[in-house]
Design a protein. Structure first.
Length: 290
């Protein structure tokens, strides 16, 4: 049986053994809101039982972004509304086949039998910049937060200072600049203005101490600043992509990271974003090929 950790009077978190991926359950009265339910089928089934014990209805599922490890849950909750940021649809258009292949490969490698091939969830509602959801007496703010991906959003409950940070501000991962360094910096600058008392990353451990929360934000912003400085200098002096990767190799990471090539792919993504020329697939676009 999975372990559910209550972080606020209305929020429980369950962590998957795969990638330390977190799923969230907001509950108020007889209604629940799920965030990125997953990853293994047993975990999703445990979430369904947990909700059944505490609420009558799953009001909606929020998917923070269209990476395969965040979108497996909705198929286990047929008929429940799925809410995403609008650029999620662009990701499906470009990478729907890749998502299907990634899920099929994961299921095969882990001996998980699927009755039907995976189909990426079709959203019920897609918002642009911000959306406020009412769950009982709770008002949850969904906010566009690009950088890691083009479609990422976060969930903020102002009254309790709770931030569901999607794939940012983890204690087990460095920033993954999958879409845009510019956008990532702007997103973190905005998050730094929020009153955050409870921080839940998409992967890793939640933080409830003010010092730790501030440290995660400051360290990740410092890493992105150093990345920008190094890459812009390399592009300005005409360095090639391999030369730029080598020049930026000594940038200190905010924390250890066991994802191969993460820093290198961050450099490559920023290099192209800032005007460097490169042939073939570079940066985090390589992730769609794996």
């Amino acid at each position: 049986m999975s372990t559910f950790t209550q972080l606020t009077p209305n929020l429980w978190v369950i962590q998957s053994t795969l990638f330390a991926t977190n799923s969230g359950i907001f509950v108020d009265g007889d209604r629940a809101l799920l965030i990125d339910p997953g990853i293994p089928p047993q975990t999703v089934a445990d979430i369904a039982r947990f909700v059944a014990d505490r609420a009558k209805t799953v009001q909606a599922i929020v998917l923070t972004h269209a990476h395969w490890d965040h979108i497996l849950g909705p198929e286990q909750f047929p008929g429940v509304s799925v809410i995403v940021q609008a650029r999620y649809l662009d990701v499906l258009d470009m990478h729907g086949k890749d998502l299907k292949r990634q899920v099929a490969d994961w299921a095969s490698q882990n001996w998980i039998r699927r009755e039907h091939p995976f189909v990426p969830p079709v959203p019920t509602y897609a918002f642009d910049r911000e959306l406020t959801l009412t769950l009982g007496d709770l008002r949850l703010h969904l906010i566009y937060a690009p950088g890691h991906t083009i479609d990422q959003c976060v969930i903020y409950h102002e009254e309790s200072g709770t931030l569901w940070a999607a794939d940012m501000l983890s204690d087990t991962e460095m920033p993954f600049v999958g879409y845009s360094l510019d956008a990532f910096e702007q997103t973190l600058a905005f998050l730094a203005t929020l009153d955050i008392c409870v921080l839940i990353p998409g992967h890793g451990h939640p933080a409830t101490e003010a010092t730790e929360i501030r440290t995660r934000i400051d360290e990740d912003r410092a890493y992105l600043t150093a990345l920008r400085k190094c890459v812009t200098a390399a592009v300005a002096t005409g360095k090639t992509l391999p030369e730029t990767v080598a020049a930026c190799a000594d940038i200190p990471f905010p924390r250890p990271c066991d994802v191969p090539h993460a820093h290198e792919w961050n450099v490559e993504t920023a290099y192209v974003e800032f005007g460097g020329e490169a042939d073939g697939v570079v940066g985090w676009d390589k992730e769609w090929l794996e």
